[in-house]
Design a protein around this ligand. Structure first.
Ligand code: F6R
Length: 365
């Protein structure tokens, strides 16, 4: 039931403050502020030095954020593959202590095959899944549920942000277990994570502004998404979301890759969405934005008050997000990207919930 919403996708976008909070609750004891694992998992992170992450589509981009989280907060080295490549890369797995899979449906054929491959190689396996009676949930050693509830829209929204929340909390759990995060820091992190529902709610208030921008986006044939560090996976996800529901050709790039090729595409017909919270990579991304502006590109800048005050370029559509600690930016900056894709697709009159050629769960390889 869509309730008062025009599409399931929009309803699911608006469910995020609540379901992200639920998901957090299974990884953090909200009364003590300590991280924990759900009952269906018993991973001993103190002995995990190297992980192999694998997933498809949006789940893969969540895993890419996960890699940044685990490497930064837990100092666990992470290999990462799209699931359709994991089995074929013939990577030596002897040093891998845990294989972690990410899947909303828990039925994606390539991810399931990768899980089976990892088990056959004798690896300990864990899966972040949204459907708890799914095949992947049944076959993995440890189940890490996202509590997004049923996701009907083919384009993943709330499952993605719940995956990010699970990964953020897990990386802190792992950092504590590995002695990289003190008890006091753990409390600080879990307090921060509990701010997410409120911040997501604030980001949802930007809907009208993003709706306005979507009118122009809907007249375009191509779009580029750029981000650096924690925002790089979001550039990929923002582009995927736009292309799959509006059919506008979109590419996501690490901002630093701009000058290695894609800058050749920039002219005054090219919209460039830049995800740039005022974090440790802001200055570098800002110089990429100036390179785009110098070539007439049409910039949509997602940043915060500090980033906006930096006045990076004279002409940009700037969406001012709330300020937040770095760990939250991938989760909260997902919201404007989802809304941009959604409203652009609505403008174009495409079938938002059931885009052509796509299936919610891809059970063939
Ligand atoms: C994109 C999307 C797909 C899925 C992918 C994996 O919006 O929904 O890219 O993310 O097919 O599906 P799951 O997560 O069910 O394994």
């Amino acid at each position: 039931d869509k309730g008062n919403y025009r599409h399931f996708m929009l309803k699911e976008i608006y469910e995020q403050p609540e379901v992200i909070g639920h998901t957090l609750g299974s990884f953090v004891d909200l009364t003590t502020g300590k991280t924990r694992l759900p009952a269906s998992a018993s991973i001993d992170f103190s002995s995990v030095k190297r992980m192999a992450l694998s997933a498809c589509g949006t789940g893969f981009y969540a895993a890419l954020v996960g890699r940044y989280y685990f490497e930064r907060y837990a100092r666990i080295a992470c290999d990462l593959d799209v699931a359709s490549e994991f089995r074929y890369r013939e990577s030596p797995l002897e040093d891998v202590d845990l294989a972690l899979f990410v899947s909303q449906s828990g039925e994606t054929a390539d991810t399931l095959a990768s899980l089976r491959h990892a088990k056959a190689e004798g690896l300990q396996t864990a899966a972040i899944v949204n459907v708890d009676e799914s095949t992947i949930a049944r076959e993995t050693d440890h189940v890490l549920p996202t509590l997004a509830g049923p996701e009907i829209g083919v384009a993943s929204t709330k499952a993605f942000t719940c995956q990010l929340m699970a990964l953020a909390a897990l990386s802190i759990r792992a950092g504590v277990a590995r002695g990289r995060i003190s008890e006091a820091q753990e409390m600080e992190f879990t307090k921060t994570l509990q701010e997410t529902p409120r911040l997501v709610n604030e980001a949802l208030h930007l809907e009208d502004q993003i709706d306005q921008l979507s009118r122009e986006m809907a007249t375009k044939k191509h779009a580029l998404f750029l981000g650096r560090g924690f925002s790089y996976p979001l550039a990929l996800e923002g582009a995927l979301k736009l292309k799959e529901i509006s059919y506008i050709h979109a590419e996501g790039y690490a901002a630093g890759e701009l000058k290695h090729g894609p800058i050749a595409l920039i002219d005054d017909t090219m919209p460039v969405v830049v995800i740039a919270p005022h974090d440790r990579s802001f200055e570098k991304t800002a110089s990429n934005v100036q390179e785009v502006a110098a070539r007439g590109g049409d910039i949509i800048l997602l940043t915060d008050r500090k980033g906006a005050e930096a006045k990076v370029v004279d002409e940009a559509h700037t969406i001012v997000m709330p300020r937040m600690p770095e760990i939250l930016t991938p989760i909260v900056y997902s919201i404007p990207l989802q809304l941009l894709a959604y409203h652009t697709a609505v403008q174009m009159g495409t079938d938002v919930d059931q885009p052509r050629n796509l299936a919610k769960s891809v059970t063939v390889e």
